[in-house]
Design a protein around this ligand. Structure first.
Ligand SMILES: [Zn+2]
Length: 340
């Protein structure tokens, strides 16, 4: 607990040190209307989340439709399935203008990442990621949904101007074998001394049977719980957010390496979670794309605001993950720490 509290204070100081303005000053001589338009675009880039793109990309990832090469990804658990997955994700990112880095950490274990440098040079980073592997099934929800969500944010963030923080987008390998890819990546970043102010992961975001669009915010360190709530309001998204103590996926690996982290998930603790979890029936047809899109908008807005250093709310309360009020997280059906 002391470990987490220390991180929270550090995170608060980082945010307290940033500029107070929510937008950059207008450049002298710049056409005012054009500048305002670009700032407006930067503020609301989440409105461009493309539900059809989410559907089409997830159709390939879950083997419903073929890749451009004509090959199909039948599952993302075997060596072959995971390599096909990497090829597809690489092609998708290259079409968005990125250069893809392969982070090979062991035989047949390779994460993917791309870097989006800030428009104002800095050594500060935000990491945004999702695991791309499955349990040898189509894995449409787990975690095709998170994979395509991060692909969409990576595509949209290139349009955001006045970025004051670098963003690294990552797709983790071998999460289902025990957070292996994310642990290797977190260790590599720690060794490199990367200054990472927050890590955001997303895992399982395609089930919403009660249609309340609720999102679980898992173990938000530092200002992140307040930050997501702020963004949810200021961007007019008004989703129901629930803080949980769930430690079932990749954010755990980054927090353990000392980086303030958070995870986004469907209502895993709340019980409104896919009945197809780790089954052959976790297919494209079961995914609620309107829900995936609404969460991807929240995620995009949060990453966009953090990248532009929109300040956190001033009165952040740092509550330890097992002490926050209003929720009995020990009684849920999934309170154990199985990997998603
Ligand atoms: Zn998962």
């Amino acid at each position: 607990m002391r470990f987490v509290r220390g991180l929270s204070v550090a995170m608060g100081l980082i945010v307290a040190g940033c500029a107070v303005a929510t937008v950059s000053p207008v450049q002298p001589g710049a056409p005012r209307s054009a500048t305002l338009a670009s700032l407006q675009q930067g503020r609301n880039v989440e409105t461009q989340v493309d539900i059809q793109r989410l559907k089409d990309t997830l159709a390939v990832l879950s083997g419903k439709t073929a890749m451009a090469s004509g090959q199909t990804i039948p599952e993302r658990g075997t060596v072959n399935g995971r390599e096909l997955t990497r090829q597809f994700i690489t092609g998708t990112l290259e079409a968005s203008g990125y250069t893809v880095e392969r982070h090979k950490y062991r035989t047949n274990g390779e994460n993917l990442m791309v870097r989006l440098p800030a428009t104002t040079p800095t050594d500060e980073w935000i990491v945004v990621g999702a695991h791309m592997d499955s349990v040898k099934n189509a894995g449409a929800n787990d975690n095709g949904t998170g994979t395509v969500s991060v692909l969409e944010i990576a595509r949209l963030m290139r349009q955001v101007e006045n970025r004051k923080v670098n963003v690294l987008f990552a797709w983790f390998d071998e999460e289902e074998l025990g957070l292996i890819g994310s642990e290797y990546m977190a260790a590599a970043f720690k060794k490199q001394g990367m200054k990472i102010s927050s890590v955001h992961t997303i895992d399982m975001m395609g089930w919403d049977a009660d249609k309340d669009r609720a999102v679980e915010i898992e173990r938000p360190d530092g200002v992140l719980w307040d930050y997501y709530q702020m963004v949810n309001k200021t961007h007019g998204l008004n989703l129901k957010l629930a803080r949980t103590d769930s430690g079932s996926t990749d954010h755990v690996a980054f927090r353990a390496a000392g980086f303030p982290s958070v995870g986004l998930c469907e209502e895993w603790e709340g019980g409104d979670t896919t009945p197809h979890y780790h089954k052959k029936t976790d297919t494209w047809e079961t995914v609620d794309f309107a829900y995936l899109a609404s969460t991807t908008k929240l995620f995009t807005a949060a990453v966009s605001d953090l990248a532009r250093k929109v300040p956190a709310p001033p009165a952040t309360k740092f509550v330890p993950h097992n002490k926050f009020p209003g929720r009995d997280h020990t009684c849920g059906p999934n309170h154990d720490n199985h990997a998603h």
